[in-house]
Design a protein around this ligand. Structure first.
Ligand code: SF4
Length: 202
């Protein structure tokens, strides 16, 4: 019969198991891992054309291998054991990367719910982009600061040319790659946007 394990024991051993031989330590707690290990050996590893790449999610930069079939369709994305950074491992988010592209539940159309409305309407991508551009311009025009009072040393407060707006912010998503981030920074700084942040850094 399996030994009763309290929460503290479980966490201590689980954390230790991350960097060492997990199965042996879990067995020491009385947990039977044989079935899970046996099952892991039977999980088929999908193999086809293999393309090395990096996980799109965060700045750890774990390496992945994208498996594609003969038609170029992605069939799986796995950790790349050749990586000196991640040695084939991926966190749960990275391990689910395949679902970014292969996912029947993922919305692929723009939906808009107007203020006060109780339902979503399908819109074209162009109309959504136009709406965002229209709101950014309107907000920037209404809040743009050409000059701002700032501490100027012995002279006390001094008016300085700042050319910015505090009313628009940019929050990047974890799947934004280096090139997109570069272009985003250029655009935001050209607009005078001060608040530029990325989800992966929060
Ligand atoms: S999200 Fe996870 S798998 Fe992807 S780079 Fe970050 S730690 Fe690695």
């Amino acid at each position: 019969m399996a030994k009763k394990v309290n929460r503290r024991q479980f966490l201590t051993v689980s954390l230790g198991a991350v960097g060492t031989a997990a199965a042996g330590e879990l067995t020491a707690l009385g947990l039977d891992t044989a079935a899970a290990q046996e099952k892991a050996l039977t999980v088929p590893i999908k193999r086809s054309t293999q393309t090395p790449r990096l996980c799109p999610y965060c700045s750890v930069g774990c390496a992945q291998i994208v498996m594609t079939d003969n038609s170029g369709k992605i069939i799986d994305i796995q950790g790349n054991p050749d990586s000196p950074i991640s040695e084939g491992t991926l966190c749960p988010k990275g391990a689910a990367t395949c679902q970014l592209v292969v996912n029947d539940l993922r919305w692929t159309k723009v939906k808009h719910r107007a203020p006060g409305s109780d339902h979503w309407e399908e819109k074209s991508l162009a109309s959504a982009m136009n709406r965002v551009a229209e709101l950014v311009k309107k907000t920037r025009d209404a809040s743009f600061n050409e000059f701002q009072e700032m501490p100027g040393g012995k002279a006390g407060m001094k008016k300085k040319r700042v050319m910015n707006t505090y009313a628009v912010a940019s929050l990047g998503g974890a799947t934004i790659d280096n090139e997109w981030n570069y272009a985003q920074q250029k655009l935001m700084h050209a607009l005078g946007v001060v608040y530029v942040e990325n989800q992966a850094r929060i």
